[in-house]
Design a protein around this ligand. Structure first.
Ligand code: ADP
Ligand code: GLC
Length: 466
């Protein structure tokens, strides 16, 4: 099957979160299954230097966005596993400091930037059997294909990675589609009078998936549906939850350039070295106190406000350490900074983005905290399972699908019933109680042996494509 993946992020070239890892992991797994996979994504600043063998691909891409016309070009590279990469160059749109924002503000022309990408992808689509688009940034492709009037159009799949981001903007922006206004209707991209990129995809994609079975159940309800639950309900016959896989080639403790020592479930001595390395790195005393780790986008979704409050209490009460890495919201970063100032011997926090440090925290901490308000899938909890770092998670979305609570015979972590400061504090206390015990060693080892690779999930995507 010829499959085109269209995405605004692709690891290792561009990443702000799990989307980049997911599309890279899925594309690699499908290629290994013998499928012919191409990934189309923007040529952001810095990518050209990372992929020196880029070759121009096809004619120039000349596309209207409303009354203006923009010119771009595809650049092609082939990875050693046979995966084809197509990077869309358009200097004005993609050669910028951030993927979606600078200095905390989203770029005002994000709708134009990703409409350009979507139109360029739609032009390529005829060469493929299936076009798989991800999130709002490429969700317009199915509708553009339908509106193109071509007799033969490929099948389309839209994956929702996070319903909180819909690409919503004022209705006048619809002119950048260059479609007649009769396409701006409530069975398409119109949403309470505004233009909604994701909704266009929800109506026009042949199939819709999201990134865990539990989130698929949640988002057809008003509590998690972000106003689109009705649309999702109307498409339930073609809507599936498929759990994301982990790329264990990237995320493992045995062969990992970022870790101070390697280890596995049979010999955990290297994990101690990783903990000491992390303590030294953050200038914390080297000791065996329980250490809690976090790597996260700093966003409302992730419950960082609740985490800061719970930490503020437990740090006074118990001899524990916390190390965090995150970027995003300034207010949330400030809360974590002030914890570091109040408890300099117990707290380390780095405000920024660093892949190496993400691995080091996953490996060095004893517990990994994810108090998300909602979590479509979540990858970090699966990484922490493999790294022998017991996850403490709120019981929502993919977190429920992947972590078994300590009350369970097959426990792999601690799962909150609801997200409150008190509940999170209780699970911190529980974690302190079991720290170093036989019970915690069993939980940790069970987690390390759990399998969340792409094998099963990539086959589910194949069945969906078929
Ligand atoms: P989301 O996509 O909602 O941010 P996921 O858990 O699916 O959440 O994926 C997050 C991914 O981004 C993980 O690979 C995580 O390690 C990485 N990540 C998040 N924040 C940072 C950061 N500040 N530095 C490095 N990696 C980060
Ligand atoms: C989104 C979600 C996250 C998911 C990731 C990859 O960013 O917030 O839960 O793991 O996409 O699908």
């Amino acid at each position: 099957m010829r499959i085109l993946q269209a995405t605004s992020e692709f690891f290792p070239y561009s990443k702000t979160g799990g989307l980049a890892d997911m599309v890279a992991g899925l594309s690699g797994a499908l290629t290994e299954l013998g499928e012919d996979v191409t990934v189309a994504t923007p040529l952001y600043r810095g990518i050209r230097e990372q992929v020196p063998d880029l070759k121009p691909f096809g004619p120039k891409v000349i596309l209207p966005l409303g009354k203006q016309t923009f010119t771009g070009r595809w650049w092609k590279a082939t990875k050693s596993n046979g995966l084809t990469l197509l990077f869309l160059e358009q200097e004005g749109f993609y050669d910028r400091p951030g993927l979606y924002m600078a200095n905390g503000d989203g770029y005002w022309d994000n709708p134009e930037r990703f409409m350009f990408l979507s139109k360029a992808v739609a032009q390529l689509a005829g060469e493929y059997d299936v076009v798989h688009v991800h999130d709002w940034q490429t969700a317009f492709v199915p509708m553009l294909l339908r509106a193109s009037g071509s007799r033969v159009i490929p099948r389309t799949v839209l994956t929702i990675h996070n319903l909180a981001y819909q690409g919503q903007c004022e209705a006048t922006r619809f002119e950048i589609t260059n479609l007649p206004w009769n396409w701006f209707h409530s069975e398409g991209p119109e949403f309470w009078g505004s233009l909604n990129f994701l909704k266009a995809g929800l109506h026009y994609a042949d199939a819709i998936t999201t990134v865990s079975p539990q989130y698929a159940k949640e988002i057809i309800t008003p509590e998690f549906g972000e106003g689109l639950e009705g649309v999702l309900q109307s498409r339930q016959d073609v809507f599936f939850g498929i759990l994301n896989g982990v790329d264990y080639g990237e995320w493992n403790t045995v062969e990992n350039q970022y870790l101070a020592a390697s280890y596995d479930a049979d010999d955990l001595s290297g994990k101690k070295v990783c903990k000491q390395f992390l303590q030294s790195k953050f200038g914390l005393p080297v000791s065996d106190v329980p250490m809690f780790g976090m790597v996260s986008r700093l966003a409302e979704q992730k419950g960082i406000d609740v985490l800061s409050k719970a930490l503020g209490g437990i740090l006074c009460e118990k001899e524990i350490q916390f190390v965090g890495l995150g970027s995003g919201d300034d207010q949330l970063a400030e809360e974590l900074h002030s914890l570091k100032e109040r408890f300099p011997k117990q707290v380390g926090f780095e405000n920024g983005y660093c892949n190496a440090l993400a691995h080091q925290i996953e490996a060095g901490a004893d517990y990994f905290v994810m108090p998300s308000r909602f979590e479509p899938c979540g990858l970090n909890q699966m990484y922490s399972l493999r790294y022998g770092t017991i996850p403490i998670v709120n019981g929502v979305g993919g977190l429920i699908d992947t972590v078994q609570d300590v009350a369970n015979q097959q426990a792999t972590g601690l799962v909150l019933n609801r997200l409150t400061v008190r509940a999170l504090t209780e699970s911190f206390k529980k974690a302190c109680d079991i720290h170093g015990s036989v019970q915690s060693l069993e939980i940790l080892k069970r987690g390390m042996r759990a399998e969340y690779g792409w094998g099963n999930s990539s086959n589910q995507y194949l069945r969906c494509y078929q």
